[in-house]
Ligand binder design. Structure first.
Ligand code: ADE
Length: 220
């Protein structure tokens, strides 16, 4: 899967994409990342990318010409990619969308808005817009990283254990929350690992995990 990100702050992605599973996925050839600097498409000698809103109001909006030129360039390298727009006005981003995009989309072009937003006319070039939660961030970069992480980990060959992506939180959106887990030591600062997990009884362990999916652990 080829993932292209249109951003004014490409450096924000460096650490995230060069670490852990997102880096391994690229190293294994499962995914490739390309940062496209929106500034390169800016207008005039000052490479202008933003302007004041018609009708007045605070802040600046991303102008349509640089954004659309960047999307069109990205599309040339990846014609069947889906164009994704993170915005507080989008549909709530859920595990079901991550699964669908991981399974179906051959590529992603993710636009990262900044300032007070973007000229609405760019949505003609957008396939899906997502809100990652009911709070407002300073730009689309962090939502883009959330979306990338949630999709890349679902691509075949990225996670080690076959079942890691299967038995986990939000398998069916918010219906299933993963059970709590414990590792050594058996006693930490006076707190014991639940006895059933040390028992070796697989059916009992499964039942405890079922009972403890979706809330704090049952103390027995
Ligand atoms: N941009 C700013 N806040 C956002 C949010 N919560 N989700 C998606 N994009 C955003």
């Amino acid at each position: 899967m080829k993932i292209q990100v249109i951003t004014l702050f490409p450096d924000m992605f460096a650490g995230v994409l060069a670490s852990s599973m997102l880096w391994k996925a690229q190293d294994r050839g499962i995914v490739s990342y390309e940062m496209i600097n929106l500034r390169d498409f800016g207008l005039g000698p000052r490479k202008q990318v933003d302007d004041t809103p018609y009708g007045g109001g605070d802040g600046m909006l991303l102008k349509p010409e640089p954004l659309v030129a960047a999307i069109e360039q990205a599309k040339q390298a990846n014609p069947s990619a889906k164009v994704i727009l993170p915005t507080p006005r989008g549909e709530l981003y859920r595990q079901s969308a991550a699964k669908r995009l991981a399974a179906e989309s051959p590529g992603l072009i993710i636009i990262c808005p900044r300032y007070e937003g973007y000229d609405e006319r760019i949505t003609k070039w957008v396939d899906e817009s997502f809100c990652i939660g009911s709070y407002v961030l300073t730009g689309g970069e962090l939502p883009a990283m959330v979306i990338i992480d949630s999709i890349v980990r679902l691509l075949p060959g990225v996670l080690g254990g076959e079942r890691s992506a299967e038995i986990e939180s939000f398998q069916d959106d918010d219906k299933t929350i993963e059970f709590p887990q414990y590792t050594r030591p058996e006693v930490f600062q006076g707190m014991r690992v639940p006895e059933v997990l040390l028992s070796g009884h697989h059916a009992d362990i499964e039942a405890w995990r079922q009972a403890n999916s979706g809330g704090p652990p049952v103390v027995t």
